[in-house]
Design a protein around this ligand. Structure first.
Ligand code: IMP
Ligand code: MG
Length: 178
């Protein structure tokens, strides 16, 4: 491979502290309700697993899979649904859980897709927000960290399928072209 995890951008203890406060915010906002977390495969798996344990409410869980990237580090702009939910979300309080928003295309597609199924409410919780990269406006209800225009890996995020298991979030380091 010609790329590897480099400088640590967000260490594991900062991630853990932020996930705890996101969970508390969601518990306050959804008190008395039983929301369903919809994790976006595969990148949000690690975040979703930690988040669900940080929300002291009866929360249920499902997953969806979308694909927007080839093997590169830039969105192709084309979003495809590759695995659907296993339950109905009609009348439910739905919280989409995503790893990172870059251009906003993926999440805007997902929001539109899920809205057609008539949930009671639809919210978005994202771990990383590349605010300056936004091409499509999407309302973000819960955001972990705003980050710059850097490609990051770890804590579920991959490059070419690798590095998801890193406990910290690191900037991908590329070898200069030879
Ligand atoms: P968007 O559609 O341009 O907002 O891209 C969002 C999707 O691209 C996310 O679901 C990620 O899977 C992927 N992505 C964007 N930036 C990164 C990154 O820095 N590391 C890993 N995946 C990323
Ligand atoms: Mg993703």
């Amino acid at each position: 491979m010609d790329s590897r995890p480099g400088r640590i951008l967000i260490p594991r203890d900062e991630i853990a502290a932020r996930v705890t406060s996101l969970g508390e915010a969601i518990r306050r906002d959804y008190a008395g309700r039983a929301p369903i977390l919809v994790g976006v495969l595969k990148g949000a798996v690690v975040f979703t697993a930690d988040l669900i344990r940080a929300i002291a409410l009866p929360v249920s869980l499902d997953f969806m899979s979308v694909s927007s990237y080839g093997s590169g580090t830039r969105s192709s702009g084309v979003v495809r649904l590759t695995a659907d939910l296993s339950v109905s979300i009609e009348g439910r309080d739905v919280i989409i859980v995503e790893d990172v928003i870059d251009t906003g295309r993926t999440i805007s597609y997902l929001r539109r897709n899920l809205a057609t199924r008539h949930p009671r409410t639809l919210a978005l919780c994202v771990l990383l927000d590349k605010v300056a990269r936004r091409e499509v406006e999407v309302p973000v209800d819960y955001a972990g960290f705003a980050i710059g225009d850097e490609f990051v890996v770890g804590y579920g995020l991959d490059h070419d399928g690798f590095h998801r298991g890193l406990r910290d979030i690191a900037v991908l380091e590329r070898d200069p072209a030879r």
